[in-house]
Design a protein around this ligand. Structure first.
Ligand SMILES: [Zn+2]
Length: 167
């Protein structure tokens, strides 16, 4: 792992993404189950929704919802870069183990961009993101897990597994 406190795997590097801006890319083959980003090692705090919303209002949207009223917020933005949060994909190759560890959901080949499904980390109904992931499973607009009704069956499976693991 590299970066502050080894939060990011040494097997990944930042590169230009065709999905959005910059993203994380595999520099070598990453095997299913391998950890790629450990947010618990980054400079963040677990905050209530109200406190997290205050950060969001100030332009800090580096947050991961871990329970109904608990959000991990990257309060020290010097510890991880925006791209360390990976881009969203409706057909992601990474998921979460526990609340804050991002792992490969299947083997990832060298050069592939690492993505996770943002609905895995956000259940609020107001969340909305226009998606350009290009996947055949693309939902168009990504909403919090409350909007599950419009998701594909495979996406629901991935998302619900992640949410259930936390309960
Ligand atoms: Zn999409």
């Amino acid at each position: 792992m590299q970066g502050v406190n080894g939060a990011v795997s040494s097997k990944v590097a930042v590169g230009k993404s065709i999905i959005h801006g910059k993203g994380l890319f595999a520099q070598e083959r990453i095997l299913k189950g391998e950890a790629v980003v450990d947010f618990s090692r980054a400079g963040g705090e677990i905050l209530s929704e109200e406190a997290a919303a205050a950060y969001f209002a100030r332009g800090n949207d580096y947050s991961i919802q871990i329970a109904d009223d608990k959000f991990f917020v990257l309060t020290d933005t010097s510890t991880l870069a925006e791209e360390d949060f990976s881009n969203h994909s409706c057909d992601p190759n990474c998921g979460f183990r526990g609340a804050l560890l991002v792992v490969a959901m299947h083997d990832i080949e060298k050069g592939e961009e690492l993505t996770f499904d943002y609905a895995m980390v956000e259940s609020s109904s107001f969340y909305g993101l226009n998606c350009h992931c290009g996947s055949k499973l693309c939902r168009g607009v990504v909403r919090g897990a409350i909007g599950w009704i419009q998701f594909s069956r495979s996406a629901i499976k991935v998302i619900s597994l992640n949410i259930l693991r936390r309960k």
